[in-house]
Design a protein around this ligand. Sequence first.
Ligand SMILES: Nc1ncnc2c1ncn2[C@@H]1O[C@H](COP(=O)(O)OP(=O)(O)OP(=O)(O)O)[C@@H](O)[C@H]1O
Ligand SMILES: [Mg+2]
Length: 471
Amino acid sequence: MALRAAEANEASAGVRPVILVVDDDPGVRESFRLILEDAYDLLEAGDGRQALARLRTSLVDLVLLDIRLPEMDGIEVLERIKAVDDGVEVILVTAVKTVRTAVDAMKLGAFDYLTKPFDEDELLSLIHRALEKRSLEREVAFLRSELARQHDFDELIGQHPEMQKLYRLISQVARTTTTVVISGESGTGKELIARAIHRQGPRRDKPFVAVNPAALSDSLVESELFGHEKGAFTGAYQRKLGRFELAQGGTLFLDEISSLKPELQAKLLRVLQEREVERVGGTRPVRIDARIIVATNVDLRQAVADGKFREDLYYRLNVVPIAVPPLRERRDDVPLLVAHFVRRYTQAFNKRIEGWTPEALKALHDYPWPGNVRELQNVIERVVALVDGPVVGLNDVPLDLLLPDSRARLRDTAMLPLKQATEEFERQIVTRVLERVHWNRSEAARILGLHRNSLKLMLARWGLTGSGADD
Ligand SMILES: Nc1ncnc2c1ncn2[C@@H]1O[C@H](COP(=O)(O)OP(=O)(O)OP(=O)(O)O)[C@@H](O)[C@H]1O
Ligand SMILES: [Mg+2]
């Protein structure tokens, strides 16, 4: 059955594919036009140079390319087309088909060949297949990039009931434009949650703008947030849009909100009430339509009680509070997070990890994670970067994991002379490891990378004996 051009194109109804016809014979171009113009948008070029110029300025899906062209022949044009855009499909059109040109053309990525004089149905079905391949490739590329984006960087990992509650809250609040306060310890994923709210909402195609006033100098915060007019202060050479304006239509994420100075708290309150900002040195207000999400790792209510945070601002912001649990309160999620980051970093560093010893997993599970998910992520990054074998053991896991209070202890030793501090720290690590392996000295020596006799000498020096399981 004859395939009509319009039918061939029905799959992509709405957007007409663009075909570039390259032939030095106007008669040939005309005959292509008659067959194709019902279903496709056509562009024409009389030689290779024109063809390449067309490709640089218009989006082309498919090129019908005559092999015999003046100046540059079709094979060379094909090569250059692919260099400009290697997603464009090219069908070569030739009067005589020789094996050599056929091989060259295929090597250079031509989709297929058409021999003149051609049959109309043959032409249409060839074009149909070439365009289908292109749209499939595009779809795959798109899906792949989406997958990479969501799964690698935006995905919130965790199955704990508290996390599930959080996911429900995120999707509910995403549909609204109310102000949200996300509170939680450092590294718990507050920014990730803010992004998830933005992404699931109707404003997902608009900007997500994050600003952390604590990271800016006092003098900069105001103009960063609200912008300034040219000449507003020394050094304001140009008008600058503030983050509020940059987030127009989208979401403004204000990190560490408690660090905002009192004058700016007052100004922020005004912005939230009036829904407009005034640039520094500006004369007329600018309407603001941005959803505000703030994050805090201090208890804002306490900050209010201490007189450090305005009560009226607190109530204005705290329409929907979201509390993120620290990792130590959802330890069952540790293995999931480990697997997630192992996947990410083995890919990034091109390494292979097949598994973990039960002791290594237990150490990760039991550790109190004061730096929460960010700390876990850093630990896994180090493990993946440094591990040699396919199985990760306890001694591959950075040692501070075995020393839950290493920070505190380190601080204790900070005022000692280096030699003494080092010795003290060494003693603490060794003791910790020994406790962990129930004073099995061979095992401890192995973990610590020491000869058994060296360990024995150290213990003797420190007057430590313990009940050795292997003496
Ligand atoms: N539930 C989670 N699943 C996967 N990755 C997470 C999760 N929570 C946090 N992360 C990752 O941990 C790191 C820290 O997260 P994020 O920056 O959102 O934390 P935060 O609460 O804003 O921390 P801080 O208060 O220190 O700014 C990021 O790399 C983030 O991708
Ligand atoms: Mg953050």
